[in-house]
Design a binder for this molecule. Structure first.
Ligand code: GLC
Ligand code: GLC
Length: 656
């Protein structure tokens, strides 16, 4: 890698820009862009160019053709702004002025599969009322682009980023939906699956046809020599699919790098043409009306011999370079990182210069861990030094998603509490796959690795929280406890800080669906157990009043959750960025304080099925006087005596 001092870099950056700018004139002219729009772009370019140049220089500066690629990348950005729809440019301008627009108690997200939830995009447009009723302001549609035939990893094996899967609709349908969502105040989130393409993407097909240019888009090897060298330091992500990270391609008579399924070919970002080409796809997706791009599998995008090829420094440089391009050409667009890795690595993707948002896999895993152990010490410890984020960034908190649960907590956090991480993961896997005596959970194993003992867990929120077993055993008390567990976790996700994200179906307590094994394209992937088809019949006959007692269980879950969401949205303290832990002096009770300006709320969460107490002075020292009002039960609580918590009770306490 070529080293330049900061001032040399600055000089090179300005020099290159002064050379490149005049060469963009014909692009502007070709697209008939007026002077005002050009100036707007150029202003942002001036602001971000030095950084973009620096990032690209560090990635590709040692190549003889660096300046050629630099020019191509700049041209891609110019064209993107030139083609940007006028209504999205308006959104861009608003967000430049309000970069923290997503930090609000009003933000609540939902994620769904278009086919499983609504069948297609047109039907989905008719369900906007439903999302509003639930209080959603952010909607993540699982990948809906054209996919390969047969198994497509739930949409993550994309054969064309510019066309919608015809079973779901057309690009026009997507844009119409995006317009309707925008009008309804709901932000649209789509995936940017940029680590790999499907094996039938044009680029991969060209590579298969022997086109050398496109073979360099992927990591392709004539024999096992190099793959074997890499394998020494690689993990296996989908070990039940195939051992190792490479797949033999008969047609090419070559090995291809495939981190995930054998039909998902990892892109080669050592090649700047790949970076440019994917930037073009990114801009195309953004222009359908996307507010937030979910950056899929960020950890894997850069490979280096002798390393794990995960979370490498260059992966961050790449994402930052995409981010700079977005700031220049589609400035309203945010990134959300999907890094399901060690917590120390997860946070490295989060900054205004990289991903403003990130899934919070550690919180997710530790909430489940606390349910299993009935103790909050590991959760508490992790929150104490891992929750705070830089300003103008946020966690996306979730309990379940379309993927499995992996126990990604930090071994040292566990060790400090006398917990052996390896044994603990074994316990959690047994607990959540129902193999542990007295476990309430009904999960199933995902990607069990017989050589390492690793395994992850699949299952819906309701099935993991005990509802499936309770219904099967017709045990009313167990049902009650299961519902409380679900609401407890939801309540924490709604109040701990960040954007809560429901995986739709959760609002009804949808159970595992074991029928996936009947579909050969799904049978090999147990994550399908927690991807059930929405049952709209749950909604039928639901009275409008807010009284929840007495309703059938699925309606009760829906209405309790909706009530909590509305309460979150009426609680300004939940939109702030500070969270302070509160030592509840009770091993089963998590406590924290959320505050913002003069607003202050204490959250208490009992993770045990036994009643618990928290001493009144604990709450008084948290600064709220002698009376509290619990907005979840509408009750006033006196702190002169210990505060009693029912099994799995959650309280949101504010000063009366
Ligand atoms: C992401 C997705 C997951 C998929 C993988 C490969 O992690 O969430 O569902 O299998 O990437 O695209
Ligand atoms: C691994 C990957 C993550 C992916 C998941 C799918 O955890 O880190 O990106 O979503 O596997 O199971």
């Amino acid at each position: 890698m070529t080293e330049l001092t900061p001032s040399q870099m600055q000089f090179e950056a300005q020099l290159s820009l002064s050379r490149l700018l005049p060469r963009m004139d014909h692009v502007w002219n070709l697209h008939e862009v007026d002077v005002e729009l050009r100036n707007e772009f150029n202003l942002r370019l001036q602001q971000h160019w030095e950084e973009l140049f620096g990032l690209l220089f560090r990635l590709y500066g040692s190549r003889y053709d660096f300046f050629f690629h630099l020019e191509e990348i700049l041209r891609t950005a110019v064209i993107a702004w030139a083609k940007r729809p006028a209504e999205l440019r308006t959104v861009d301008r608003q967000r430049i002025n309000q970069p923290d627009w997503f930090l609000s108690e009003k933000m609540v997200g939902g994620a769904l599969y278009v086919d499983l939830f609504s069948e297609n995009l047109t039907r989905l447009r008719e369900q906007i009322d439903y999302f509003q009723q639930l209080g959603l302001t952010y909607l993540h549609l699982m990948p809906l682009f054209a996919v390969r035939p047969g198994d497509n990893d739930g949409g993550y094996a994309i054969s064309n980023y510019r066309s919608v899967d015809p079973r779901l609709g057309t690009l026009e349908d997507l844009k119409a939906l995006a317009d309707d969502l925008r009008a309804a105040g709901i932000r649209l989130v789509l995936d940017f699956v940029f680590n790999h393409t499907a094996d039938d993407h044009d680029w991969a097909q060209n590579a298969q046809a022997g086109d050398l240019e496109y073979q360099q888009y992927y990591h392709i090897f004539p024999d096992r020599k190099i793959p074997d060298q890499y394998e020494r330091t690689l993990r296996e992500i989908f070990p039940t699919v195939r051992r190792g990270n490479f797949t033999w391609h008969d047609g090419m008579q070559r090995w291809v790098w495939t981190t995930f399924n054998s039909f998902q070919w990892d892109l080669n970002y050592h090649n700047p043409a790949v970076f440019r080409a994917m930037a073009e796809e990114m801009f195309f997706i953004a222009d359908t009306g996307v507010d937030i791009l979910r950056l899929d599998a960020v950890a894997f995008i850069w490979k280096q011999m002798g390393t794990s090829c995960e979370n490498l420094h260059e992966a961050h440089l790449l994402i930052q370079a995409f981010n700079r391009l977005a700031r220049i050409a589609t400035p309203g667009l945010l990134f959300k990182s999907e890094a399901i890795v060690h917590p120390d690595e997860v946070v490295k993707y989060i900054s205004t210069k990289e991903c403003q948002l990130s899934y919070n896999p550690t919180l997710m895993a530790l909430l489940w861990e606390s349910l299993a152990t009935r103790e909050v010490k590991l959760l508490n410890r992790s929150l104490s030094h891992r929750h705070q984020l830089p300003s103008n960034t946020a966690w996306v908190n979730y309990l379940r998603c379309h993927d499995d649960i992996g126990w990604t907590f930090d071994d040292a956090d566990a060790a400090a509490l006398g917990i052996n991480a390896y044994d603990h993961r074994q316990f959690l896997n047994r607990f959540f796959s129902g193999q542990f005596r007295d476990s309430f959970a009904r999960g199933i194993p995902f990607q069990e690795n017989l050589s390492t003992g690793d395994m992850r867990i699949a299952g819906t929120l309701a099935s993991l929280a005990g509802l499936e077993l309770a219904i099967e055993q017709e045990d009313e008390q167990a049902k009650e406890l299961a519902v409380r567990r679900m609401l407890l976790l939801q309540g924490i996700s709604l109040s701990v800080g960040g954007i809560p994200l429901l995986y739709l179906g959760e609002e009804w307590g949808m159970l595992n669906d074991y029928d996936f094994v009947k579909d050969p394209a799904k049978a090999g992937d147990t994550r399908w157990v927690h991807r059930p088809k929405m049952k709209w019949e749950f909604l039928e006959g639901m009275p409008d009043d807010v009284e929840v007692g007495g309703a059938p269980i699925h309606q009760r879950i829906f209405r309790s959750l909706r009530r909590m969401i509305l309460q979150r949205q009426a609680t300004p303290a939940f939109g702030g960025q500070t969270m302070q832990l509160l030592n509840s002096e009770n091993p089963h009770v998590l406590g924290f304080v959320r505050s913002r300006d003069s607003h202050r709320v204490i959250v208490l969460a009992n993770f045990s099925e036994q009643p618990q107490q928290v001493a009144g002075n604990v709450l008084r020292t948290a600064g709220l006087g002698r009376f509290f009002y619990d907005s979840l039960t509408d009750q006033t609580i006196r702190t002169s005596a210990p505060v009693a918590l029912e099994p799995y009770q959650l309280c949101w306490l504010a000063r009366e």
